[in-house]
Design a protein around this ligand. Structure first.
Ligand code: NAG
Length: 269
């Protein structure tokens, strides 16, 4: 089942932005740049259907205000599923915001935002998505930030019907990204460059309507692990207490008719 990664030439295609997107060092490094004319992006060749997907990313250093670097999984079609990491840049020395969202069947509106406990521009850090039929876990360097549980039992659609591809891109979003759009991109600092390395997918690959996991029951069971262990739960609580800056589940203004059901069910966040 396992799609072990390691080589960007093998696993990804550069999709837009011309030579602003580059694969370097024999496939060991990938960079995306943004300048006044265009951003850039790449996507995975494979579609994945459950698994744990890790990418090391080093974000745009110094003044990255107005830029957004997005890294996400997404399925095709109008009723798409999506699992998003978006990194909102900032002035030098001011904190990035990590914006997360989960879409199922074309509907998102499930944002949570975090500051990070390190500067994500000086070194590579590992951003991971664990996705199986029971939950989605976003984590950074092994520390879980967010868990989105399968709550189909109370009518919340869960992304488990479609395989997803991995995408990443960098673009200008200075109308909203930094301090809600107050801080604009300083084009004299362009190009803005984010770097990627050590992609690893311990995941089921989807091809011609069949999952590579079907025959490997043991591995599949491991991917289906249901619960965070106690240590991970503690880490998650630590992140929520100290670094979470926005949670749709507490935004009553946004949902005047009542918070979404996954927010009010017991044991959820
Ligand atoms: C940028 O820095 C300001 C000031 O510290 C902060 O309020 C904001 O949340 C930071 N991040 C973004 C993306 O605006």
């Amino acid at each position: 089942m396992v799609a072990l990664g390691g080589n960007f030439n093998q696993d990804f295609v550069l999709t837009w932005g011309g030579d602003r997107a580059k694969i370097l060092n024999n496939g060991q490094l990938l960079t995306l740049s943004l300048d006044k004319i265009s951003g850039s992006g790449f996507q995975s060749k494979n579609e994945y259907f459950f698994g744990k997907i890790d990418m090391q990313i080093k974000l745009v250093p110094a003044n990255s205000a107005g830029t957004v670097t997005a890294y996400y999984l997404r399925s095709d079609g109008l009723m798409w599923d999506e699992i998003d990491f978006e990194f909102l840049g900032n002035l030098s020395g001011e904190p990035y915001v990590l914006h997360t969202n989960v879409y199922s069947q074309g509907k998102g509106d499930r944002e949570q935002q975090f500051y990070l406990w390190f500067n994500p521009t000086v070194a590579f850090h590992t951003y991971s998505v664990l996705w199986n039929s029971q939950h989605i876990i976003f984590s950074v360097d092994g520390t879980p930030l967010r868990e989105f549980k399968n709550m189909e039992l109370i009518g919340v659609p869960f992304p488990k019907k479609h395989p997803m591809r991995i995408y990443s891109s960098i673009w200008n979003a200075d109308d909203w990204a930094t301090r809600g759009g107050l801080v604009k991109t300083d084009w004299s600092k362009a190009p803005f460059t984010a770097s990627y390395r050590n992609f690893n997918a311990n995941a089921c690959i989807w091809g011609s309507g069949v999952s590579s996991c079907i025959s490997k029951l043991n591995n599949h069971a491991r991917l289906s692990a249901i619960e965070l262990d106690l240590k991970s739960k503690k880490r998650l609580a630590w992140v929520h207490k100290n670094f979470m800056i926005y949670n749709y589940c507490t935004d009553r203004k946004r949902f005047p008719q009542g918070l979404p059901p996954e927010c009010t069910a017991t044991g959820s966040l």
